[in-house]
Ligand binder design. Sequence first.
Ligand SMILES: Cc1cc2nc3c(=O)[nH]c(=O)nc-3n(C[C@H](O)[C@H](O)[C@H](O)COP(=O)(O)OP(=O)(O)OC[C@H]3O[C@@H](n4cnc5c(N)ncnc54)[C@H](O)[C@@H]3O)c2cc1C
Length: 492
Amino acid sequence: MTKKKAIVIGSGFAGLSSACYLAKAGFEVSIFEKNEQAGGRARKLEINGFTFDMGPSWYWMPDVFEQFFKDFNTTVEKQYDLIRLDPSYAVFFGKDDVFRIPANLNDVYALFEKEEPGSSIQLKKFLADAEYKYNVSMSDFVHKPSLSLLEFIDFRILNAALRMDLFKSISKYIKKHFKNQKLVQLLEFPVLFLGAKPNETPALYSMMNYADIVLGTWYPMGGMFKIVEAMISLAKQQNVLIKTNETVQKIIVKNKIATGIVSNGIIYEADVIVGAADYHHIEQNLLEEPYRNYSKSYWESRKMAPSCLMYYIGIDKKIEGLEHHNLFFDAPFDLHAEEIYDRPQWPSNPLFYSTCASKTDKTVAPEGKENLVLLIPIAVEIEDTEAIREKYFTIMMDRLEHLTGQSIKQHVIVKHSYAIKDFKNDYNSFGGNAYGLANTLKQTAILKPSLKNKKVQNLYYAGQLTVPGPGVPPSIISGHIAAKEIIKKFKN
Ligand SMILES: Cc1cc2nc3c(=O)[nH]c(=O)nc-3n(C[C@H](O)[C@H](O)[C@H](O)COP(=O)(O)OP(=O)(O)OC[C@H]3O[C@@H](n4cnc5c(N)ncnc54)[C@H](O)[C@@H]3O)c2cc1C
């Protein structure tokens, strides 16, 4: 029997994941990737002996990675050397005012108690609830295609949904448990990952606090790109063809059935297509209008997660006082969030974040030197010029020097910036977004862009703009859900 042909557009985590599952189910799979390197937003950048992860740096939800590799009869340990970071990260509230979040849970309770007497008891309750939400979400919600409300009509799920705090904001929920402003910020921070203001994010997402504080922050030695390499190698073992430097220009539709693509001017036929590049780009640029699930105005009315300004920096000395992950919360969170979501503009006094992977990993910087990535979340679709980027580079450098009490700027020997224009050019990202759609209640589960084209047969979508949402683990799950739907359809 001839194998069914699947074409996957895009080689990010979602594309690689769907390709692996489809190949395992017997499809002949080809991935078409516009960039020279596979991995999408998680590509790596190498400059003069420094190796930078270009996108994700926080390895959270290790259970999702374990499950993925288990599905292919292997384990995380066999794929890369994963270590738990301790401290998980540092939070700078000011000079000499730094929280180092310990990996050990009892030490976290002690840290809370020291800051706000009684808060460790609150934290225990808060985390028990967060654990419940995490477990129910992972077992009952996250793996659903969310194509119909009927999927959720089951007594156990409905009962659980009532306990999931869908209609409360996470901001109110956190403030109900904790008064201390620093503890509140600490617990609101994972929402940054989800790209929405805490007062607009459902309290359901306190499950991310469980992921953070209990499940922990991990690091694959060699960098996050090691995960991409492992997935590429699994795909290749199953004869997936990964074609890079292939820009897909069109999805061909005949009689309301997707029959192939045009890439670099050449037609490739397929029985099924997975659009695992940014959903907006697939629909608005590769599909003719009558076949699109959503209109231009639909996209304009979406709340996007932020873009970001990043600097990949090599330093010619070691920096004292930094951890692997560092959050700089020495500025008001609310004002910055407003300048991302309500009045889009460059932030007047930004929070920022820095990874210094060379604190853990000798391979990512030459000996005695430091590998630093700086990141400021910013609104999508704002002006992006060299002069603006440089202005914010100076702001971050000055703050870093002040907070860690040493000179850093004059030790920069490698410097590469990345922001809105690059997200658009490299990934065809809508508005230059970094993390897809904001996880607001109105953009959750069944209210997210559908995993399946409703007008064209055999065209599916995967990736951070569809279910379950942004982040590496959700993108891997998304590829799996799309593949499961396709396998189900082609079995019949
Ligand atoms: C700066 C940054 C930091 C992040 N930090 C974290 C973190 O710490 N932890 C975490 O879990 N998540 C993090 N994320 C989110 C996470 O990286 C993403 O959710 C995830 O990588 C998205 O995967 P994807 O497969 O959906 O999309 P992508 O990785 O964007 O893959 C889509 C691919 O499609 C390709 N493509 C686009 N158009 C075409 C075309 N016409 N033809 C062919 N190919 C095309 C693109 O080149 C790209 O390779 C971060 C993201 C960014 C940007």
